[in-house]
Design a protein around this ligand. Sequence first.
Ligand SMILES: Nc1ncnc2c1ncn2[C@@H]1O[C@H](COP(=O)(O)OP(=O)(O)OP(=O)(O)O)[C@@H](O)[C@H]1O
Length: 265
Amino acid sequence: MSEMPRDIETAEMTETKISASKVQVYYGDTHAIKDVSVDIEARAVTAFIGPSGCGKSTFLRCLNRMNDTIDICRVEGDIKIDDEDIYDPKVDPVQLRAKVGMVFQKPNPFPKSIYDNVAYGPRIHGLTRKKSELDEVVASSLQKAGLWNEVKDRLDGPGTGLSGGQQQRLCIARAIAVSPEVILMDEPCSALDPIATAKVEELIDELRANFTIVIVTHSMQQAARVSQQTAFFHMGNLVEVGATQDIFTNPQDKRTQDYITGRFG
Ligand SMILES: Nc1ncnc2c1ncn2[C@@H]1O[C@H](COP(=O)(O)OP(=O)(O)OP(=O)(O)O)[C@@H](O)[C@H]1O
């Protein structure tokens, strides 16, 4: 039995990795994210759910400054990762995106070999000194992504020659190869069949031991299966955030309840 006082125990269990405060996002005149504040737990999976167009992907892209690449997009407010302001002019977005990796809806391997896909990040960031070290990073990233056994005999083959589910796990291996702390996933299973989806979900569950994961999903079943924390967005507002089990069994806001019971969305 734990001897730890309850409040200390709870504080340790919910270490915050990302803290967003009063975030606004505009695309030109469109106010896409409205005053969103949320803490994202370290080494856990947080799911962003909500109806189409509610701002899930926009908010996700704020977390590694991917919105910087959209000309008409303007982000205001504070986002800190481990207490560092990621919008500080001192922060190099390229370095930030190594620390906060991203996996997209459609698997997007580079037109290169499986090996070179995974080696790409470590090479451009100069993370390894010799070929044997790079080999080791490639192998361990593919192992962590649950793909090693399927590709170890064809590392020189093209990444695009893999099945859709394998390609998505290759993209996850590519993200892992630069040792990120956070992995953002924007509907990572929407292009996959149920078996490939199950494998990626299993992988997400394993990865949360070492990474902070934020996943946008249209599937409430998926959010319930893979996440520990769920945030419900509606029309640019963050309506409710909390433990996944509480959001799905005891939502506090009528809009959350209507969404999870399928009344809209
Ligand atoms: N590049 C862009 N330029 C202009 N408006 C955009 C852009 N990207 C998103 N928006 C607008 O911002 C709002 C939020 O879109 P976003 O894609 O973040 O929602 P979402 O919840 O992820 O939607 P979905 O579930 O359909 O992917 C929408 O009104 C959308 O039209």
